[in-house]
Design a binder for this molecule. Structure first.
Ligand code: HEC
Length: 234
């Protein structure tokens, strides 16, 4: 009796070993293994960037519909041409009030983005100029240029020859704050009085802008945490 049991268990062990060895030998690190329940791994919907014949170009990722505007982005109507710049120089006005807050923010941004070339005073003597790394930078007081806030906004949007665009590094509010600050630099260079500072009556700058009926986005609004954003969309 015990002999038979021994034989049986030996056989079981042997079968178990064979099964284990054959399973291990089928296992390859460089290939996906069998999936017993593929739905656990593969989404029912289309995979991001997946290739599917049903889509134009055969891929899931498609361009936004023509004319789409990213959230918080206001279309800018003036074309990137000399005429566009001239038009912006004359017509385009700063929607922001002249306030301590805007000037201070504009000054800080100016130091970060513009002063290396244009100089802290806006005289065209930034550190890159004094080190002769960059030439041909005008003073804001250059009479021939007639620098206005509209023109300053325009060149921040598109750049101008060897000056690059700042449209992706600053938002609309920030570009107007910089433009405001540049105007004061120009006035100081010309020995003219600075702009009159108005009382900051609005609670936030975005409220101030909506009073002017301009759907601009305050930089603080762009940092809404994920969950709040989705709540707003419902
Ligand atoms: C890399 C150097 C550089 C930086 C940084 C730079 N600029 Fe300029 N900027 C130039 C040059 C060069 C010109 C002259 C372009 C030309 O007329 O060909 C210019 C021209 C201008 C003008 C005159 C435009 C006109 O109407 O003639 C304004 C205003 C201006 N920049 C504002 C800014 C502001 C605001 C910033 C920061 C957001 C900035 N620039 C950053 C190099 C720079």
């Amino acid at each position: 009796m015990t002999k038979i049991t021994n034989m049986k268990s030996l056989l079981n062990i042997a079968l178990g070993l064979i099964a284990a060895v054959s399973m291990v030998s089928c296992f390859q690190n460089n290939k996906p293994n069998y999936q017993f329940m593929p739905n656990m791994y593969e989404p029912v919907g289309y995979e991001t960037y997946g290739s599917y014949e049903i889509f134009p170009g055969g891929m899931e990722a498609m361009l936004p519909v023509e004319g789409s505007i990213p959230r918080g982005w206001n279309p800018y109507e003036y074309p990137n041409t000399n005429e566009g710049l001239e038009q912006a120089r004359i017509e385009l006005k700063n929607p922001l009030k002249v306030t301590e807050k805007n000037l201070k923010a504009g000054g800080e941004l100016y130091t970060v983005f513009c002063a290396v070339c244009h100089g802290d005073k806006g005289d065209g003597q930034g550190i890159l100029v004094t080190r002769e790394k960059f030439l041909g930078i005008p003073s804001y007081a250059d009479a021939g240029r007639n620098i206005t806030q509209g023109g300053t906004y325009h060149v921040q949007m598109y750049g101008l020859n060897s000056m690059g665009s700042y449209a992706s590094q600053t938002n609309e509010l920030e570009r107007w704050q910089i433009a405001q600050y540049v105007m004061n630099l120009k006035a100081a260079l010309n020995g003219e009085p600075l702009m009159e500072v108005q009382l900051d009556t609005a609670k936030t700058t975005s409220v101030e802008m909506s009073e002017e009926n301009l759907p601009m986005v305050d930089s603080s609004e762009q940092n809404i945490p994920e969950d709040e954003t989705s709540e707003q969309q419902h």
